[in-house]
Ligand binder design. Structure first.
Ligand code: ACO
Length: 399
């Protein structure tokens, strides 16, 4: 902490805190993290009691409404989300303008920003119904945007949502199905139906990504929201922040890295590279700003991975390499001294691969999962009458 009052005589005490490692930017009642004790709670509920035990939509309701839904509320919410999952044709035409090979994250950011041109309810947020609808709509549409962004990137015809399907199954359907006739899935056989075990696994993954207090993307959403910008533009800025490899983009990089390592016998040389201060190489999926002990989301995913090993036919070579990396890092003083443990991104990739999800969709799945968190954090900001525009100061060192 540097007292820079001498620089800014007009103001009180300033803290110089690069990367905001010890600055709380807001008060919040949504998510609790205890990094020392590996604890993560949504609205007071332990993450281990939610992931795989309550549906992702129930958890979304919990984050957005502050409590778990009753059975009737859960059914109504599910139905509403199904019916709001369609995109305006204008948004769909936007996909045509983007080239084959565009990263789905780029397309998702563009489509989400474009939503603000179609829905202007942010002008009437004092209307409780509009406020609620605006939050639910973005949750409902994100899987459609993500699946269409992917299909557009590989030049495959787009698939519209099916209201007969639950949120997570619908996403897998839109991602994999070919239009018309038999369901033939991308990466699967002709009669390769979506299995319940696949839906449940992805549902749990989405729950584990649903919120994580003031991480880089959520802080970005709050910062943009604090300027009174449209909520969907704030969400779009969250998508941009999440894309980076130090944040949500790490899950894609973990998979690339495991493939690059290629064999268990190569693990020691990559560990050595990660420790070499003259080499920018970092072990992707390791380390976290808040968890200097185990990441509880990673722990839950690891258990899920073990459970799904047989049922989903997980790639055993990749799993072996992942286990070898984990073991080598956890027994190495470099990683121990710095509190570098596997984070959520380290484990999600192997499961997502078994779900036939292309690597380019790993970060988009993180986006889908994180929507209830971003939108709840944005709402909390808006409902706080004392909130201020985010406007940090600087320590000027120029001429
Ligand atoms: N591999 C090797 N060394 C690492 C790693 C890593 N993955 N992560 C941190 N370190 C080292 C740093 O070099 C630094 O060493 P030093 O003290 O000798 O200089 C020390 O550990 C502290 O690292 P910082 O970058 O200062 O820690 P910070 O809290 O700022 O960064 C971060 C956290 C960005 C997650 C970092 O650990 C990282 O880059 N990890 C890899 C990318 C990743 O997995 N990101 C996903 C995070 S989880 C999420 O966003 C969902």
């Amino acid at each position: 902490v540097v007292d820079i009052r001498s620089f800014y005589k007009d103001s009180g005490m300033f803290t110089y805190d690069p990367g905001y490692t010890s600055t709380a930017s807001c008060e919040s009642k949504i998510t609790f993290i205890d990094g020392e004790n590996s604890e993560l709670r949504y609205r007071g509920y332990d993450i281990a009691d939610l992931a795989g035990k309550r549906s992702y939509l129930d958890v979304s309701y919990l984050l957005m409404m502050g409590r778990l839904p009753t059975k009737a509320e859960s059914e109504d919410f599910d139905l509403e989300i199904r019916h709001r999952s369609f995109l305006n044709e204008g948004i769909i035409r936007l996909f045509d303008a983007l080239p084959d090979g565009a990263h789905p994250m780029a397309t998702m950011g563009a489509a989400t920003t474009a939503l603000s041109a179609f829905y202007k309810d942010h002008l009437h947020l004092e209307d409780e119904e509009e406020f609620k609808t605006m939050r639910r709509r973005i949750l409902a549409k994100m899987p459609t945007i993500a699946a269409m962004a992917y299909r557009n990137s590989i030049g495959t015809p787009l698939i519209y949502p099916d209201v007969n399907k639950y949120f997570t199954e619908n996403f897998l359907y839109m991602l994999r199905a070919y239009p018309g006739g038999n369901m033939k899935y991308l990466g699967g056989g002709k009669n390769d139906e979506i299995k319940q075990v696949e839906v449940d696994a992805l549902d749990a993954i989405l729950t584990l990504h649903a919120d994580h207090e003031q991480n880089a993307s959520t802080t970005t959403v709050r910062n943009v929201g604090s300027t009174e910008a449209h909520p969907y533009v704030a969400i779009s800025s969250g998508i941009a922040a999440l894309w980076g490899s130090a944040h949500g983009g790490a899950n894609e990089k973990v998979m690339d890295q495991l493939r690059l390592i290629g064999d268990v016998k190569n693990v020691p040389s990559y560990i050595a590279k990660a420790k070499d201060k003259n080499d920018p190489f970092r072990l992707m999926g390791f380390g976290h700003r808040v968890y200097k002990n185990r990441d509880p989301r990673a722990e839950t995913l690891k258990k899920l991975q073990d459970k799904l090993k047989e049922e989903l036919n997980l790639d055993s070579k990749l799993l072996d390499i992942a286990h070898a990396v984990e073991e080598a890092a956890l027994s190495d003083d470099y990683f121990k001294d710095r509190g570098l443990y596997p984070n959520i991104d380290f484990y999600s990739g192997v499961i997502l691969t078994a779900l036939k999800i292309p690597v380019a969709m790993f970060t988009p799945i993180f986006v889908i999962g994180r929507i209830p968190g971003w939108i709840s954090q944005w709402s909390e900001l808006k409902q706080d009458p004392t909130h201020k525009i985010a406007r940090p100061r600087q320590l000027y060192t120029g001429n």
